[in-house]
Design a protein. Structure first.
Length: 296
């Protein structure tokens, strides 16, 4: 495949799958396997990191209004009765720290799993089942709405989240770092729903939590690659004009498609739920497992 076309395709895959609960890592790994990209190639490993940063950049742009409100009301909140630890920004920071420390300590374990199609396929299937079960448990409450009582859902907005919910979601996000294919968004959304959050509030918190989480993770990986400390390093000086053009294509495409997918997903979830994504994960995971067995 032509390199420019390949960059376009990988940028599209990253942008479309980064923020929906189907695992962008698994989709990129599958695409790379199908087109024959060597996982020992330092440039393409760095390329994958860079286009993830492109997708991340869409979030502060899309949520700029909410971010401005949160900053202006920190730490007391809009009602004036909050604290730094109960404010949405504080809760995001807490969940990030809960995830970041164990994930950093488990970096060697994570590295061993990143290339395993067997682990990715299993994580896709298991995550799909979990997502389907949790969404079905919360469906009656979603249908009844915020005014109804006697249902599992009691948190309908980030502003009313609790510290324990943030800690729980951060802890569950560790699974996505250790087992590629789990999906960071799947783990945080399902965790939020299990903790009594509505689909929309769990999804929005998932988006906000992904900003520091992904910036830290991808920034760390990119720095190690550039400094020659990763398994397959590549320095900036080794990238020629052709390489920079490929990076630019992937970065721009992933940003644009990620922005569109976030806007669409926020609107879809309020009326459609997560069940279709759960079914897609299960089917894709089964196909990946079958492919992994044939490739042995």
């Amino acid at each position: 495949m032509n390199d420019y076309l390949l960059s376009l395709v990988l940028g599209i895959i990253e942008g479309l799958t980064e923020f929906i609960p189907v695992s962008s890592t698994a989709h990129l790994r599958i695409a790379e396997a199908l087109v024959g990209i060597s996982l020992s190639d330092g440039y393409w490993k760095m390329y994958t990191i860079v286009i993830q940063l492109g997708a991340i950049l869409c979030l502060p742009v899309y949520f700029r209004g909410r971010i401005k409100t949160f900053i202006s009301t920190f730490p007391r909140g809009e009602r004036g009765d909050g604290t730094a630890l109960t404010h949405p920004l504080g809760l995001t920071a807490v969940a990030f720290v809960v995830t970041a420390i164990p994930a950093f300590l488990l970096t060697r374990v994570i590295g061993k799993h990143l290339e395993s199609l067997l682990i990715m396929g299993s994580a896709l299937v298991i995550g799909g089942i979990v997502m389907w079960v949790v969404d079905r448990l919360n469906a009656p409450g979603e249908a009844a709405g915020p005014e109804a009582v006697g249902y599992r859902i009691h948190t309908w907005a980030m502003e009313t989240m609790s510290l324990s919910q943030a800690i729980w979601i951060g802890a569950c996000q560790i699974m996505s770092a250790v087992f590629p294919g789990t999906s960071r968004s799947m783990s945080t959304i399902a965790a939020g729903q299990l903790a009594g959050m509505s689909r929309a509030s769990a999804l929005e918190f998932s988006f906000f939590l992904s900003i520091p989480t992904m910036v830290a993770a991808t920034g760390y990986d990119l720095l190690r690659s550039i400094l020659g400390k990763s398994a397959n390093p590549i320095g900036v000086s080794q990238i020629d004009f052709h390489g920079w053009v490929l990076l630019a294509i992937g970065l721009v495409v992933s940003f644009l498609l990620a922005y569109a997918s976030v806007a669409w997903f926020m609107a879809w979830v309020r009326r459609g739920g997560f069940t279709p994504f759960a079914g897609y994960r299960i089917v894709l995971g089964a196909l990946v497992l079958a492919f992994a067995r044939l490739a042995r």
